[in-house]
Structures are given as structure tokens and as C-alpha cells.
Design a protein. Sequence first.
Length: 70
Amino acid sequence: MPLEAGLLEILACPACHAPLREEPAPTGEAAGSAPAADAELVCTDAACGLAYPVRDGIPVLLVDEARRPA
């Protein structure tokens, strides 16, 4: 389920405060052992690039829960 456009406009990366973009969640081994996510919000800052999971339509904006870029 996609996030509302208005919500996505106000959310920012907790680590660097850059805007976030919504992408489909990775599948397979790249996803790791974390619980399945609906999608993820990816930081648009090339130096940061953290990907935050969206579980049951709720963004989990915790740096400890974020996936590091490959």
C-alpha cells in the first residue's frame, strides 16, 4: 500500500534530514533476516542512502532499523 503523498512530503531521513522516496522492498537474501516490509523509504542523499522499512503501512524511521546501502 503506497503512502499518502502528503505524508511523504513531510517525512525526512532521521540521520541526515534529507527527503525520502518510496521504493518497493527488496526480496530474497538482500532483505536480510528482518521482518518482511511492504516497501521502504530511501534517503535521497547519496552520502547517506539509508533505507527505512514500511511495515503494515507504517514507516519505521529508526536508524537502528534502517538497511545500509549495498
